[in-house]
Design a protein around this ligand. Structure first.
Ligand code: SAH
Ligand code: SF4
Length: 359
């Protein structure tokens, strides 16, 4: 039988120390893995041969394989990964800021990047507008599979281990529906001798499982949250996100108010704008009211159409009017520029493309 081995990326350094003796070897393995980006245990030069064969027998290093890559003219790169069991997930490498060079050719600051990672193969939530939902739910990703997405993207883009990077859990799947593996991945990312990505640089996006927002808060990991609100009344929200019936808007707002938030930071509310559904000023007005008392930031997202969806992309003018209304009423509000629009912007779309190309 083809057994699937655990990945070395599934473990914190403490956990590895319990499994690998003598314990200082765990530190060396961590260094080779997260600082040198090696691809096999055999490349770990100062690890004795006997331990290398033990590692090869018990673990795999990186459980992901890049099977497709699409680069957009704005610097966005979308990756399709194959997992050990042949399933696929997507991650996106987003260039948030260009590097800046002064007139003498000196670097003022390096380019800034964010990695958008997946947490599940498919998703149980079943949002009406989301392509990931169409394939149903297959399984949770392991912590190692979550960690491997960032590690692989950093390596593939020659991004040194000590360069800062942001992580958004906004890829395929509902992160809070895989809370155990998610929280472990958050901790592994934070490891000082690993990628050392502070929790302040990690944002968990959720469709609003209010009880799990509380649980994440109780874990006190220090991560940020983004709420995929998308609608201001429960009728429309339940049409777009069926589980809104169990976790309605009021319950989400209450959970957000209980969430431990860094006082310097804001809670992000994602609002997917769909033409003639939620793009009117009456909705903007309700949104202002709803977020009253919360240190919030709203991110308006253009709905990105795909074949056979009943929904349409909103007009630019309506987007701008909506944004202006929010700003004039004291809310911070950005419009998510459609990064990678010439590739397959929203999550699930590259995977869909790949399926079609295999037909
Ligand atoms: N499940 C979590 C994590 C992100 S889902 C959540 O819902 O918050 C992936 C992201 O893609 C969400 O922000 C969602 O709003 C966005 N998305 C899904 N389908 C989209 C589409 N057709 N156009 C634009 N954004 C879309
Ligand atoms: Fe799942 Fe998020 Fe897609 Fe909704 S939008 S189906 S929660 S991945």
């Amino acid at each position: 039988m083809n057994t699937i081995k655990p990945s070395i990326l599934d473990f914190t350094q403490e956990e590895l120390k319990e499994q690998i003796k003598p314990a200082f070897r765990a530190k060396q393995i961590f260094g080779w893995t997260y600082h040198n980006y090696v691809e096999s245990f055999d490349e770990m030069a100062n690890i004795p041969k006997s331990l290398k064969s033990e590692l090869n027998e018990k673990y795999i290093l990186n459980p992901l394989k890049i099977v497709r890559k699409e680069e957009s003219s704005d610097g966005t790169i979308k990756y399709l990964f194959e997992l050990q069991d042949g399933k696929t997930v997507e991650s996106v490498w987003l260039k948030m800021k260009d590097e800046e060079i002064d007139c003498n050719g000196n670097l003022i600051h390096e380019a800034k990047y964010t990695v958008c990672v997946s947490t599940q193969v498919g998703c149980k939530v079943g949002c009406a507008f989301c392509l990931t939902a169409k394939g149903g739910f297959t399984r949770d990703l392991t912590s190692g599979e979550i960690v491997a997405q960032v590690l692989s993207l950093k390596k593939d883009n020659n991004h040194k281990h000590n360069r800062k990077i942001n992580i958004v859990y906004m890829g395929m799947g509902e992160p809070l529906d895989n809370l155990e593996n998610l929280s472990k991945a958050i901790k592994i990312f934070k490891e000082e001798e690993g990628l050392a990505i502070s929790s302040k640089r990690q944002t968990v996006s959720t469709s609003g499982l209010s009880n799990k927002i509380d649980k994440l808060g109780e874990m006190d990991l220090g991560v940020h949250i983004a709420i995929s609100l998308h609608a201001v009344d429960d009728k429309l929200r339940s049409e777009l996100i069926p589980m809104n019936k169990a976790h309605n808007i009021a319950s989400i707002i209450d959970a957000v108010k209980r969430f431990p938030i860094d006082t310097r930071k804001r809670v992000m509310f994602e609002y997917l704008v769909i033409k003639n559904k939620n793009d009117d000023l009456a909705s903007a007005k309700k949104l202002v009211k709803l977020l009253n008392g919360i240190k919030a930031k709203v991110n308006l997202i253009y709905f990105n159409p795909y074949p056979e969806t009943p929904y349409d992309r909103p007009d630019k003018e309506d987007m701008i009017n909506f944004q202006e209304y929010l700003i004039n009423h004291g809310l911070l509000c950005t419009i998510r520029d459609s990064k990678g629009i010439d590739i397959s912007a929203a999550c699930g779309q590259l995977k869909e493309k790949d399926k079609n190309s295999l037909k």
